[in-house]
Ligand binder design. Structure first.
Ligand SMILES: Nc1nc2c(c(=O)[nH]1)N[C@H]1C(S)=C(S)[C@@H](COP(=O)(O)O)O[C@H]1N2
Ligand SMILES: [Mo]
Length: 406
């Protein structure tokens, strides 16, 4: 006797008793369900097509999200490169765009399949039970991810947990459940999708075909519309039509967005100090202090680099500043494995970031004093901010006062 039959033998009597008890309700629900399932929007084909579209969006969203997580919390086996300079801008733009695209698809899919929840017996065997139970983390997790994701790009945090940690953990749970779901549904999906390629459309009642196309059409069009209405936050030629984008690449202090203002960071007076200086340390040993006046007389480099925020907006700007590696070499740091860049901001999660060896040696890794030919505004990090190629915005530390070499 297999394990599965043994489990079945144990749970069967209870299951049958429950089924009998519920039968007056279930027979009615069954009738209702069968009527729904005969409607085009609740058919197998709609479920399969929306499932595929959603699966594609979720997969891209997950891979790009995972990448962003690795860049921000690199394990020992992972190193992110400084080139191509605009790659993170694309991967994170895709993360937010596919997340946004999945919202209408998700609700259409749930609407399409929900009559199928009403099934008797509730499950046929333990595997079927597992598949049905996996719907809970799949549906719950998907809704959690889109809701927290949207709230985050709106900078709205109506919860107690730390967004990236919660969003990341739930993504793992949801993708696990999705894996089970795909495994369980792959045969039916194949069969359903193949059916019309063998049978000509015409043998199906046209009403059904039309209804189905209409339902999928509305879902896909809403999804595309929502993406167009937000993607201008990073694809700047589309910024005019992106009426739902929380931020636009051409709007803000000095013509681009600000995430943390100088007031919020509590640096309004400290950043204006005429004795502002940058300390270069090796571990805890002080190597050299550069006053801001000294830095301003040093050779400058100009580079066009994007600020690419994890929230999906990005803006390309032209920055002028001193190379981090030039400053560290002048301080006589010797062997450099990595450099921690610290802000004069006291608290906050983003007051410090790490430059890997590859990022540190890049010629365009700068402590900028100017943007687009103007002195940096206080909100953009006056008098000195880090700007380096291919980094998430959260790692582009503003109001830099310390470089710790190790
Ligand atoms: N010290 C400090 N630097 C910071 C932050 C911060 O909160 N504190 N926020 C970061 C984030 S999330 C982004 S997207 C960029 C935005 O830079 P900008 O305001 O110049 O556009 O700054 C980064 N640098
Ligand atoms: Mo950001």
């Amino acid at each position: 006797m297999s394990a599965s039959t043994r489990v079945l033998a144990v749970i069967s009597p209870t299951r049958h008793r429950v089924d009998r008890l519920l039968s007056p309700v279930t027979s009615r629900l069954t009738r209702w369900r069968d009527e729904r399932l005969a409607e085009p929007q609740h058919g197998d084909r709609v479920a399969a097509i929306l499932g595929l579209a959603l699966g594609a969006c979720f997969t891209i969203c997950f891979v790009t999200g995972l990448l962003s997580h690795l860049i921000q919390h690199p394990p020992s086996w992972f190193t992110w490169t400084a080139r191509p300079a605009g790659l993170y801008r694309i991967t994170q733009g895709l993360h937010v765009a596919t997340g946004v695209a999945s919202i209408p698809l998700l609700f259409a899919k749930l609407w399409s399949v929900f009559p199928r929840l009403f099934q008797w017996p509730l499950f046929k065997d333990p595997l079927h039970l597992l598949e049905r139970l996996s719907l809970l983390p799949l549906v719950g997790g998907s809704i959690f991810l889109v809701v927290t994701g949207v709230a985050n790009i709106e900078l709205w945090y109506p919860w107690v947990f730390f967004f990236p940690a919660g969003h990341y953990a739930m993504a793992i749970v949801t993708m696990g459940a999705l894996f089970i779901h795909v495994f369980a549904k792959i045969r039916i999906t194949r069969r359903v999708l193949r059916r019309t390629s063998v049978e000509p459309e015409a043998v199906e009642p046209t009403r059904v075909g039309n209804g189905r196309r209409q339902f999928i059409g509305v879902a896909v069009a809403s999804s595309a519309g929502l993406v167009l209405a937000t993607v201008g936050q990073t694809v700047s030629p589309l910024r005019k039509i992106s009426i739902l984008a929380p931020r636009r690449p051409d709007t803000g202090v000095q013509g681009f967005p600000v995430n943390k203002t100088a007031i919020e960071a509590g640096v309004t007076t400290t950043a204006q100090d005429p004795n502002y200086s940058v300390i270069v340390q090796h571990g805890s040993t002080m190597l050299r202090t550069f006053t801001i006046a000294e830095i301003r007389t040093m050779p400058m480099r100009t580079a066009t680099l994007p600020i690419a925020c994890v929230e999906g907006w990005s803006a390309n700007r032209t920055w002028t500043g001193v190379q981090v590696r030039a400053l560290v070499e002048l301080a006589g740091a010797g062997d450099v494995r990595q450099v921690a860049v610290e802000s004069l901001q006291r608290g906050g999660r983003y007051r410090r970031s790490i430059l890997s060896h590859g990022e540190y040696t890049d010629e365009d890794t700068l402590l900028a004093v100017m943007v687009d030919g103007q002195e940096l505004a206080p909100d953009h990090g006056y008098p000195l901010r880090l700007i380096a190629p291919n980094r998430p915005g959260v790692l582009q530390t503003k109001w830099v006062t310390t470089l710790v070499v190790s």
